[in-house]
Write a protein that binds this ligand. Structure first.
Ligand code: AMP
Length: 591
């Protein structure tokens, strides 16, 4: 039997959600559906976005409502237009095999007359943002006297946005006997107050640990000087060629500035903030969903309710003013069982904030070094190779040119051709990153940091930096590498300093006193049938022809990153929206 049927969901709905790819209930669905289906409880669900909570309340609603009557029986309140549209569309999808289901989405920034017309025609489920709902109630255009269920979705967000009074007012127009189902990612005092004032002995359900970010999210931070922040940000993006990210800034001005700078530098980016008109917002979101944008630069308020799957990275260009917002930001990635990374780019004075966030989310951050130019070039090169593998060949279109192309290359070997094609793009990366400086804040700037096992390079001069021809592609972590070196070189872990694990090689530091011993003891070491080589890093990092790319990409010294990114080869250009309505409510609470 289908597991949703076992939970009590009727056949027609199970068929519809099967079409959506729902095979097994998510934890919140499994636990909430049987409780809500009884229709006799108030309910508080603590759950992040992306856990499947829309179906957790949506499926029971569809079971409980009498669709033979065309009167509002359920009201779903949510913080944003995007979420409102999403919930209405989800409910329509779940109920596509049922008859006479009428769901209306009521939200600001769109024609009220259309919404009023739909309400007049008769609806059973109203999904609304508080402001517009209040407007419609004020016009006496809706009768909530038959409402049996009220859902408050993302209650903490609604309160953050200052909707408390509106919610109080809206709820006062619904019958006292109704059941209230509240969902929230966090449980601040204001949400507790709502639960206390409007609910009787609610059934409480926590999915995952309270306040804990999604389990599949890795949290990372980079420490840079304030003046290097933008350059470091670009470097991090360049190091992740397949990134599909949301970048959070603190203010509208900052989002615009960053988006404009990125576009100038050739990236596919645009901004989303409260000064955009609804049409402009929709346009930006459509481009992001369609993936013509790779980076969406957003304020906290504008990004609320964004439900885009497959976001690979959330980047905190600026940390949020309020710690709770970090949870909301990072929850935009790792949705629907996927994994994701949440990155914070901070200066050394903000390390305390990272520790505070760690306490709130109950998870540790990993400190990561800003990649060097050399590392970025390597990453980009292999991304290029990967794209060559993946590219779809349009046989019919290219066919006519093939004989001439073959002719042109007739004299060259396969190796030569591959080298030349790769170099075509790669030379640009090398040129751009030539003399790229180290953007990590120097150790002295990191006062207040707890010592970390793999802290940055020791400034003491008593270490020798060595190269080894094994790296992460050989499935080594830094911990594995430490063990591997200690065992084979027969030295203590204490004699090892920084370990810089790269793709196909690693740089590591050892105390000068044991440097020779390490090189000697590794002379006859094999790894998976491959000879392990250890050399002085200086021979690899500096001088001519060193490293894997003798084209000349050096990591240290010289000028800071220039404005010209090399992403212009992507060919995607964005069009800017002009100014529009301002209606964003910003809620600021200092750390
Ligand atoms: P939500 O938390 O409701 O925003 O859901 C997050 C995402 O998970 C949405 O894209 C849903 O379509 C998807 N989803 C919800 N429930 C399931 C399920 N049981 N199986 C697979 N995907 C689901």
């Amino acid at each position: 039997m289908n597991p949703f049927s076992t939970l009590g969901i009727r056949h027609d709905i199970v068929n519809a959600i099967t079409d959506l790819g729902f095979e097994n209930p998510t934890p919140i669905q499994e636990q909430a559906i049987p409780v809500l289906l009884s229709g006799s409880n108030d309910f508080v669900g603590l759950a992040q976005t992306g856990t499947g909570k829309t179906a957790a309340f949506g499926l029971p609603l569809l079971e409980l409502i009498d669709f033979s009557k065309n009167v509002p029986q359920a009201l779903v309140l949510c913080p944003t237009r995007e979420l409102c549209l999403q919930i209405a569309s989800d409910l329509n999808n779940y109920s596509k095999n049922l008859n006479n289901v009428h769901v209306v989405a009521v939200y600001g920034g769109a024609s009220i007359s259309d919404q009023l017309r739909q309400i007049r025609r008769g609806v059973q489920i109203v999904v609304a943002t508080p402001g517009r709902m209040l407007d419609i109630i004020g016009r006496k255009a809706i009768d909530f006297s038959d409402v049996k269920y009220v859902v408050l979705d993302e209650a903490d967000e609604m309160l953050n946005m200052g909707f408390q009074e509106d919610i109080d007012h809206i709820l006062s127009t619904t019958p006292d006997e109704k059941k209230t189902w509240l969902f929230s990612a966090t449980m601040p005092a204001e949400v507790r107050r709502i639960a206390k004032n409007y609910m009787t002995d609610p059934f409480e359900l926590t999915v995952g640990k309270q306040n804990t970010g999604n389990v599949n999210i890795d949290h990372e931070y980079y420490v840079v000087r304030a003046r290097d922040k933008y350059a470091a940000f670009k470097r991090i993006v360049d190091f992740h060629p397949e990134i599909f990210g949301i970048v959070f800034c603190r203010t509208k001005v900052e989002t615009q500035e960053i988006a404009e700078a990125l576009v100038k530098d050739g990236y596919n980016a645009d901004s989303l903030h409260g000064d955009l008109s609804q049409q402009q917002r929709d346009k930006v979101m459509k481009r992001y969903r369609d993936r013509s944008l790779q980076l969406l630069i957003a304020t906290d308020v504008a990004a609320r309710g964004i439900d885009v799957n497959d976001v690979t990275h959330v980047i905190n260009y600026s940390l949020p003013d309020e710690i709770e917002n970090y949870t909301h930001r990072s929850g935009r990635t790792a949705r629907a069982g996927k994994s994701g990374v949440s990155i914070a780019i901070i200066n050394s004075k903000e390390i305390g904030k990272i520790r505070q966030i760690e306490r709130v989310i109950g998870k540790k951050f990993t400190k990561v070094d800003v990649p060097g130019g050399f590392d970025v070039c390597e990453k980009q090169l292999f991304a290029l190779v990967h794209r060559v593998h993946q590219v779809e060949v349009n046989e019919t279109q290219i066919e006519a040119y093939i004989p001439r192309i073959m002719d042109e290359f007739a004299e060259m070997s396969k190796e030569e051709i591959i080298k030349r094609f790769a170099s075509l793009e790669f030379n640009r990366f090398l040129e751009y990153y030539k003399n790229a400086p180290d953007l990590n804040a120097p150790l002295g700037d990191e006062r207040g940091m707890r010592s970390e096992r793999f802290a940055r390079t020791s400034s003491r001069g008593d270490y020798t930096r060595l190269f080894i021809n094994l790296g992460s592609v050989d499935d080594f972590t830094r911990g594995d590498m430490l063990g591997f070196i200690c065992n084979n070189a027969r030295i203590s872990g204490k004699a090892i300093g920084k370990i810089d694990l790269k793709g196909v090689y690693t740089f590591f530091e050892v105390e000068n006193a044991v440097a020779d011993q390490v090189q000697q003891n590794f002379k006859s070491v094999d790894f998976n049938g491959r000879k392990v080589r250890i050399e002085l890093a200086g021979d690899r990092e500096g001088g001519s022809g060193s490293g894997r790319f003798s084209g000349g990409g050096r990591r240290e010294g010289g000028s800071r990153d220039r404005g010209n990114g090399f992403r212009d080869f992507s060919g995607n250009r964005r069009e800017r929206g002009g100014s529009g309505r301002s209606g964003e409510r910003e809620h600021k609470k200092r750390w």
